[in-house]
Design a protein around this ligand. Structure first.
Ligand SMILES: [Zn+2]
Length: 338
């Protein structure tokens, strides 16, 4: 039954087998892009470790499985940027970029306690790629000698962690699912075919992201508005472009970097689609709801121009990550738009 998870079958069978033969690890690192299904896999592993049923097969119906699912099991502890932000004002929470040593210390204090009632105490740490140096070093100590009754599961959007941390974990790198698998899973949840196809294309194989969008119709509308705004930039005079760059730079400096990166990702995705359309590979296109505009763009812009602008967007994102001046980087990008 694949633990009630869509896809990632190889990861489930690997974990299942190790639990059945008793070769499970004490520390795991589950990595992969945001929204790919890491949190669900971590939760299922916690359930498999403590389910009353047969080993390696979380039944999802017993008392332990249910309490773990609800987040109310005393022996399954979950921490991350969200738990670290509890009690903070929204703007304070938005400014938090790292997992702090205090969060790791609280976790370690908890790890020292024996299980209350379960077989194993399970610790899930989300956003592990955001451990700062001090917190990483503290975490390393726990990973070197975890108590025999504990299983640690680090969940991270990348494996960009201290190599000494990665080497102490059994690493599961989750990959995006095929588009048709995401689409089928959405249809199985009674999403109408056309919407399922659109969300599956947009998701880039991130099934958690696709399911998340079902509860946020405003996000779908916002994405549509953003694409429209980006397309308008290619038509508009330079003043409009400069205003767009100024606005994004302001957001960036105001701590909303992720928002700006999302814009750039969307923009780059558009030009990737133009290239695919021009190259006659429409099956890889993400913005399937705007095929007509893609065809227009592909007809309008010579392939090398489209390619060089898509590359330039990636370079702009890289320059921002390397602390380039946001206003200059974004203005220069807008000035080069085809
Ligand atoms: Zn169970």
């Amino acid at each position: 039954m694949n633990w009630g998870i869509t896809g990632h079958t190889w990861a489930v069978s690997q974990l299942q087998h190790s639990l059945q033969v008793g070769t499970d690890a004490q520390a795991y690192l589950i990595s992969g892009v945001a929204g790919i299904g890491k949190a669900l896999l971590a939760l299922r592993l916690a359930q498999a470790l403590n389910c009353e049923g047969s080993p390696g097969e979380p039944c999802l119906t017993c008392r332990d499985c249910k309490r773990i699912e609800r987040g109310s099991h005393p022996d399954v502890r979950i921490a991350g940027m969200t738990s670290q932000a509890v009690g903070l004002k929204p703007d304070e929470a938005a400014r938090q970029k790292e997992l702090k040593i205090a969060t790791v210390r609280a976790w370690q204090h908890d790890i020292a306690l024996r299980p209350y009632e379960a077989r194993r105490r399970v610790f899930i740490l989300h956003d592990a790629e955001r451990l700062n140096e001090e917190a990483s070093n503290a975490m390393l100590k726990t990973l070197e000698e975890p108590p025999s009754y504990a299983t640690l599961i680090l969940v991270a959007n990348s494996t960009d962690l201290l190599p000494t941390i990665v080497s102490r974990c059994r690493v599961l790198r989750l990959r995006p699912l095929p588009r048709r698998q995401v689409q089928a899973a959405l249809v199985a949840r009674e999403v109408v075919e056309a919407e399922a196809a659109m969300l599956a294309a947009w998701s880039g194989g991130r099934i958690g992201w696709a399911f998340g969008m079902l509860d946020r119709p405003d996000e779908i509308a916002r994405r549509d508005e953003q694409i429209a705004a980006l397309l308008a930039l290619h038509q508009g005079e330079s003043g409009a472009g400069m205003r767009w760059a100024e606005q994004r730079a302001k957001e960036y400096r105001g701590g909303e970097q992720e928002l700006v990166f999302a814009w750039l990702e969307l923009w780059q995705g558009w030009w990737r689609d133009v290239l695919l359309t021009a190259a006659g590979c429409p099956e890889g296109v993400v913005n399937i709801d705007r095929r007509r505009e893609l065809e227009q763009s592909a007809a309008q812009h010579p392939l090398p121009n489209a390619f060089s602008f898509a590359t330039r967007i990636g370079q702009a994102a890289q320059q921002l990550r390397e602390n380039g001046n946001p206003q200059l980087v974004l203005e220069s990008l807008v000035l080069h738009r085809p």
